[in-house]
Ligand binder design. Structure first.
Ligand code: ZN
Ligand code: ZN
Length: 265
């Protein structure tokens, strides 16, 4: 069993990188990637723990991107060698995230009873600051009973698209010596991205994901194979923040396997 899409508390997961690795080992996962949103902060800790636990570890990241037609989506970077090459992109995304979060908080203050200061939220976060962290903060502050309620509330204040232009992010991953994959394609509103994967520079796509139906999984597998693209599979584990998602498991409790990934893992 493998899992190539997981989050720690350096983005919007609730566990430390070490805890994610230990849990993965317990679940019988043999290859694990940590793919926090827009940060590389957890990779060293996870890599060391994976060595201790005897798990094969892949360095990963999930970057926030947009393009002309698609406001906001995610891409996965794997196997980066030169992490410093990503610094300019990560800095740009950090600034764009901060602008968006400040706008969200000010809208929330104007249109609801709840006021949260950006600095207090930043102090609560271990790394990346996003809407998932805001949901966790609102539950921590007892404004809501659970993350689902907090997430639903926050949707009213969702800010403008953030991140960097998709081509820039794909090139950054390549400059760092890594491979770029389209994450969970089911979220795309603009299907034309699927026909432009090669043109944009993608190496592969995440065909199996905990939110992909059996039909979607089969569709993306076929599409990737026809386009000669690499495949990846991940649960998108976030710990207690998304309690229905389990490490190493796709939709319908199907274990994630590496059977289509021998050409790059
Ligand atoms: Zn994502
Ligand atoms: Zn994710």
């Amino acid at each position: 069993m493998i899992d190539l899409h997981t989050h720690s508390f350096y983005s919007d997961g609730t566990f430390s990188p070490q805890e994610v690795v230990r849990l993965a080992q317990k679940e019988g996962i043999t290859t694990l990637a940590l793919t926090d949103h827009d940060t590389l902060s957890g990779l060293n800790e996870a890599e060391l723990e994976a060595q201790k636990q005897g798990i094969s570890f892949i360095r990963g990241i999930e970057l926030s991107v947009f393009d002309e037609k698609q406001a906001s989506f995610h891409i996965l970077g794997y196997k980066m060698q030169n992490l410093d090459a990503l610094s300019p992109i990560l800095e740009e995304i950090k600034q764009s995230r901060e602008e968006r979060m400040r706008a969200m908080l000010s809208k929330m203050k104007d249109e609801s009873e709840i006021s949260v200061s950006y600095d207090a939220l930043a102090e609560f976060c271990h790394g990346t600051i996003g809407s998932g962290n805001l949901a966790q903060y609102l539950v921590f502050q007892k404004f809501f009973k659970n993350f689902k309620e907090a997430d639903t509330f926050i949707k009213n204040f969702k800010g403008k698209p953030y991140g960097v232009f998709v081509k820039q992010a794909v090139e950054g991953i390549h400059q760092a010596g890594g491979l770029a994959f389209l994450a969970h394609p089911y979220v795309l509103k603009d299907d034309s991205i699927l026909s432009r994967l090669k043109e944009i520079g993608f190496d592969g796509l995440e065909y199996a994901h905990s939110n992909h139906s059996a039909e979607q999984t089969a569709f993306y597998l076929d599409l990737a194979n026809k386009a000669g693209m690499l495949l990846s599979a991940g649960s998108d584990f976030h710990g207690a923040y998304k309690p229905d998602v389990h490490l190493g498991v796709g939709k319908g409790k199907n274990p994630l396997s590496d059977k289509n990934m021998m050409n790059w893992l």
